[in-house]
Design a protein around this ligand. Structure first.
Ligand SMILES: *Cc1c(COP(=O)(O)O)cnc(C)c1O
Length: 398
């Protein structure tokens, strides 16, 4: 912590047990990736050639035909959808978001219409495409997908995420079969997935990833898949993609992150994460009103999180007040709190520097001890917390 740039910038030295969150700076970029980024920044490169190199690395790791680097997975969604509409027609690419004369309908299951910080449907629609919802929030069936295809269908988007409804949806293999039977390409948003091959191997035409999530790259995204569709997406850089431009540092950083991924000691990392989870489980054992259970990742990434359920009657604090207390003080600990209204949060062990897990354990003990000593139950109305967060966003930069 000696030369922590955050102190120079006047920023709080947060500890991230939330996950690979854009709002927290995504992930820890390993030294070899940092070195690659630093090495290219002072040099000129021919960008199309650099992206060809990226294509070869992406194709090898994803076991597919081609790929390129984008500014983000969110950008990749827009570029891939745009490419499915225009193909390699440069005039059509320059006309977007005017889609006159193009197939412009894009199918997506309602249960997949989530927000990852911005709505996925907006990433589709900003190309000029028309979003066509399939099914209902908690149920989508084959006949509904079949019935949604028209002669104007350009593509279908399939989202893999802990955010999507995890039941009642059409599985990817069936989704692909229905779409392919009608000549509709399938684009899979796999932004936060470890597995670089599964979705393409299941038949998706394009798979999209974030560079800055599990891969530990700089901010960026990856488009991978069938060559003609990848090329059509790439050519959008001369159109709507210009405002989503990724630089040489993002390309080189993503290539380096992919190479580091190949040689990464995945088992060693898993073992460290398991040790952190055990440390926290021990710190939370035998505490009145606190139940800690290990939970596997909902989309089958090789990762467990600790689910911490808090009963305010016994712990003398609500889950959300505990989360806020942990997020205060000299070493703020930011927990994973998407579902906090159910009275629990998660501790995610995959973004820690050495020794931070012990600080998290100490902070948990400290705040839970403090709450137990309180005569009142610390219980802020949940809507106050939500509204406070919205109000803070609306006040930015004040
Ligand atoms: C994070 C995420 C995105 C956005 O990825 P960025 O690279 O941060 O733009 C899109 N889809 C899903 C499912 C995500 O988890």
């Amino acid at each position: 912590m000696t030369d922590d740039i955050r102190a120079t910038l006047g920023l709080r030295p947060i500890i991230n047990v939330s996950g690979t969150m854009t709002s927290l700076g995504a992930s820890i970029v390993p030294p070899e990736v940092v070195a690659a980024v630093a090495a290219v920044l002072p040099q000129f490169v021919e960008i199309d050639d650099l992206q060809k190199k990226a294509s070869a690395v992406i194709a090898r790791l994803c076991d597919t035909e081609a790929g390129f680097v984008t500014a983000s997975c969110s950008a990749a969604i827009s570029l891939a959808v745009a490419g499915a509409m225009t193909g390699s027609d440069l005039a059509a690419i320059e006309r977007l978001p005017d889609t006159t004369g193009l197939k412009d309908e894009v199918l997506i299951q309602v249960g997949h219409m989530v927000s990852y910080g911005a709505p996925v449907t907006q990433g589709i629609a900003m190309t000029g495409a028309k979003v066509v919802p399939v099914g209902q929030a908690t149920s989508a069936r084959r006949y509904q997908l079949e019935g949604a295809v028209t002669d104007r269908t350009a593509a279908a988007v399939y989202v893999v995420s802990h955010h999507v409804v995890q039941f009642g949806q059409i599985p990817l293999d069936e989704f692909v079969a229905v779409c392919h039977a009608r000549g509709v390409p399938v684009i899979v948003d796999a932004a936060s997935e470890y597995d670089l091959r599964f979705f393409l191997a299941t038949g998706a035409d394009i798979a999209l990833y974030s560079s800055h999530k599990f891969l530990g790259g700089p901010t960026g995204g990856i488009v991978a898949g069938r060559k003609a569709l990848v090329r059509a997406a790439y050519l959008q850089n001369g159109g709507i993609g210009r405002g989503m431009k990724v630089g040489k540092e993002g390309m080189v950083g993503t290539i380096a992150a992919l190479q580091a991924w190949e040689t990464r000691d995945h088992a060693g990392i898993r073992a460290r994460e398991t040790a952190s989870l055990a440390l926290w489980t021990e710190a939370l054992a035998d505490r009145p009103g606190v139940t800690a259970t290990l939970e596997p990742d909902p989309t089958c990434n090789p990762l467990d999180r600790l689910k911490v359920h808090v009963d305010p009657g016994q712990a003398h604090i609500t889950a959300w007040d505990l989360a806020d207390a942990l997020a205060s003080g000299p070493r703020p600990v930011i927990v994973r709190d998407h579902e906090i209204e159910h009275g629990f949060f998660y501790l995610d062990p995959c973004n820690l520097h050495p020794g931070e897990d012990a600080i998290v354990a100490a902070r948990l003990s400290e705040e839970l001890d403090r709450a137990r000593r309180s005569n009142d139950i610390i219980a802020t109305p949940l809507e106050h917390r939500r509204n406070r967060r919205v109000a803070a966003a609306q006040r930015w930069p004040d």
